[in-house]
Design a protein around this ligand. Structure first.
Ligand SMILES: [Ca+2]
Ligand SMILES: [Ca+2]
Ligand SMILES: [Ca+2]
Length: 444
């Protein structure tokens, strides 16, 4: 590997009144030699040509002295991995790099790195779509319908799939899915025009993929599966039933519970989901699979007067799902989003009095994708999603019918998305024949 000291101009910067620095010199005893080993976060996502000319900046954490090094493609292999030899005084540094390349942004951030001489410092290089227009996750599948198992209706095996249709790595942390507060089966709510005419879509619950913004890379044509609960829903469950057996007699009589095996033959195995919704506050019997990270949630400001409280997909599709993006997937970003997008609406309470409630909404022009869903008996009475997001619809014949709504296409070749779900999507029944997200599915 090329370890030569790069023949780069060392730009001099001055921060906080510190002195100007001159170019590093081999005779300068204060400088030590370090090798910055740059590893691409996603193999093959950056080429050597794309990184050529990028500027690596090292800022001493205490003094704020700043050193910059222009990197060359000669120090990188075709996959964008490389080694940059630099000289810096002994100290602790924050490293950063940022460069716009064709359709993407390449950058790295590595903080509190100790440089003490002949070190090899490993930093992670990240690439992402350059602007929001290219940031275009779409739903490739939504399963909200649920199914029947020997007559028992259930929908804890609900799931959705977020697909990266672009040729760039997209980072999914901060990606959010909301469900509309307006139901598709009912007349306009009293606040509908006020919000929709202002380009806002009220939302009854939001889930967010956690992370700093660059923790969850999704390769081109790869996808993320979000399960309502990431367990094997087909598993036989030993369940308590009301019947009580007596044990013993006379003064020693006691009661024992009776347990019966239930098999959910039409449910699916979601142990391989990438994320799951774990919300024991709303769903008291919810199960947390420790192997599968949980999404964060933003609760609507109000759960009365039509709000539901928490993220919820109706098995008849009344509350339409849509995708948007927050700054990142940190609690601070969630809190900031909540604060910036909560406003007041007037609704009638149970006694018919006008009361002011707080409403959470999403700017319609921030919606990346959405599918208008509902059921055939009512059709779409009110459009919960703007026509720009979806001018079509997907109606299920009824609840718990095992109906999977899937875009036409494939992971490899991409999916139809003309913002008309009538044309773009198809319904596959039963879903268990089309969905395999048990553990290890990605490697099969
Ligand atoms: Ca759950
Ligand atoms: Ca979990
Ligand atoms: Ca779309």
């Amino acid at each position: 590997m090329n370890k030569k000291v790069l023949n780069f101009a060392i730009a001099m910067a001055m921060l906080g009144g510190s002195a100007m620095f001159t170019a590093c010199d081999d005779d300068d005893d204060n400088d030590v030699k370090a090798t910055v080993s740059v590893i691409c976060d996603v193999a093959g996502s950056i080429s050597a040509d794309e990184i050529d000319g990028a500027v690596l900046t090292a800022i001493a954490t205490e003094s704020k002295d700043t050193y910059t090094f222009t990197v060359s493609k000669n120090d990188f292999d075709a996959n964008g991995n490389g080694k940059i030899a630099i000289k810096l005084p002994v100290g602790v540094y924050d490293f950063s790099l940022e460069k716009s390349a064709e359709g993407k942004t390449i950058f790295l951030r590595s903080e509190n790195v100790t440089v003490k001489g002949d070190d090899e410092i490993s930093v992670k290089l990240i690439t992402t779509a350059a602007n929001s227009a290219d940031y275009q996750f779409i739903f490739s599948e939504i399963f909200f319908n649920g199914e029947r198992n020997a007559g028992r209706m259930m929908h804890p095996d609900q799931y959705m799939v977020l697909y990266n249709p672009t040729s760039n790595v997209l980072y999914a942390d901060g990606l959010a899915v909301g469900c509309t507060m307006q139901a598709s089966c009912t007349e306009k709510e009293s606040w509908y025009d006020e919000y929709y005419n202002a380009g806002k879509v009220p939302v009854h619950g939001v889930i967010v993929i956690p992370g700093s913004g660059y923790d969850v890379p999704v390769k081109p044509h790869d996808k993320l599966v979000i399960a309502f609960t990431a367990i094997n829903h087909t598993a036989t469950e030993n369940r308590y039933v009301d019947k009580v057996d007596t044990i013993g007699s006379g003064d020693n009589v006691r009661y024992d519970t009776t347990w019966v095996d239930y098999t959910y033959e039409n449910a699916i195995n979601l142990t391989g989901a990438d994320f799951e919704i774990y919300d024991p506050q709303v769903y008291t019997s919810d199960v947390d699979n420790p192997e599968v990270p949980n999404v964060l949630e933003i609760y609507p400001a109000e759960n009365d007067y039509g709000g539901i409280g928490g993220f919820y997909q109706h098995p008849r599709g009344f509350y339409c799902p849509f995708i948007f993006k927050l700054e990142n997937g940190t609690q601070a970003a969630l809190d900031a989003f909540f604060k910036a997008n909560t406003s007041t609406a007037t609704v009638a309470d149970k006694e018919g009095n006008n009361v002011e409630i707080q409403m959470l909404s999403v700017a319609a022009d921030k919606i990346l994708d959405g599918i208008t869903t509902g059921h055939i008996p009512s059709d779409i009475v009110t459009n919960p999603l703007p026509q720009t997001v979806d001018r079509g619809k997907q109606l299920v014949k009824g609840c718990h019918s095992g109906i999977l709504v899937k875009r036409k296409g494939s992971d490899k070749d991409g999916y139809a998305d003309t913002n008309n779900s009538t044309e773009d999507c198809e319904q596959l029944v039963p879903h268990k024949d089309y969905a395999d997200y048990s553990a290890g599915w990605r490697n099969r």
